[in-house]
Design a protein around this ligand. Structure first.
Ligand code: HEM
Length: 116
């Protein structure tokens, strides 16, 4: 009985001394957890305030994107494929900056599934 209490106490204090987190979310683990979406699903989000688009087979939710330095031009691509528009700034032949590509990551929703 006393021994059991000692064991219990011993175990508890061992647990408390272990401060390392039990689950670590690495970027790789987080992106693996993202769902995939079909083009049909993306097409349902085709307007300002409800805008999904596809860049390089990744789906982005730009519904809350309100401060685009290029203005509303991206809204034409809501609901569909926007890879070449993003890469050329809609035919200007000029790629977006690294900063723009980094900002894009904040809107990443999941990968495109072309099979359905
Ligand atoms: C998908 C369609 C898009 C089109 C057609 C487009 C087009 C443009 C245009 C015409 C400009 C202004 C001209 C210039 O600065 O050279 C611009 C600037 C910019 N855009 Fe976009 N854009 C799109 C999406 C996005 C997205 C999704 C982001 C970020 C989440 C973004 C971030 C920026 C930034 C930061 C700039 C300032 C210049 C730079 O850093 O390259 N754009 N864009």
């Amino acid at each position: 009985m006393l021994g059991g209490a000692y064991l219990l106490f011993g175990k508890k204090s061992l647990d408390k001394s272990n401060n390392s987190p039990t689950a670590v979310f690495t970027p790789a683990a987080t992106s693996q957890a993202k769902p995939t979406f079909s083009l049909k699903e993306v097409a349902k989000h085709s307007q300002k305030g409800d805008c999904w688009l596809v860049i390089e087979d990744k789906v982005y939710d730009l519904s809350s994107f309100t401060n685009h330095p290029g203005g509303d031009i991206y809204l034409q691509y809501c609901g569909g494929e926007a890879t070449s528009a993003f890469q050329t700034k809609a035919g200007r032949g000029q790629p977006h900056s690294t900063e723009a590509k980094n900002r894009l990551k904040n809107f990443y929703l999941g990968d495109l599934n072309r099979e359905n």
